[in-house]
Design a protein around this ligand. Structure first.
Ligand SMILES: [Zn+2]
Length: 94
């Protein structure tokens, strides 16, 4: 997967909530991107689809989980944030 820098990248933030997982972060999931003169291109991971169909999504940092319907406010995962910023993407507020 390659994303051009001149595209608008759509990044969804969602919270990973697992019993037994002591990490409490909001992770960033790449949903798709909009080329300059094109229509939105959706990638395979959709947070909304994951919530509806209980299908796992993959965060920028590599974490894979099924997104929950009730995201809480947690700090943005530092790894996700670092990756997004290194790619020149704007990071949404958690
Ligand atoms: Zn993360």
């Amino acid at each position: 997967m390659s994303v051009q820098l001149e595209t608008d990248v759509v990044v969804e933030s969602t919270t990973r909530l697992d019993d037994g997982d002591h990490e409490r972060f909001t992770h960033l999931v790449l949903e798709g991107y909009t080329p300059k003169n094109g229509e939105f291109v959706a990638l395979e991971n959709s947070v909304v689809e994951g919530m509806i169909n209980a299908t796992p999504v993959r965060a920028l940092c590599g974490k894979v989980w099924v997104p929950g319907r009730d995201p809480k406010k947690y700090p943005i995962c530092p790894t996700c944030k670092e990756i997004a910023e290194s790619l020149g993407w704007s990071v949404p507020d958690a």
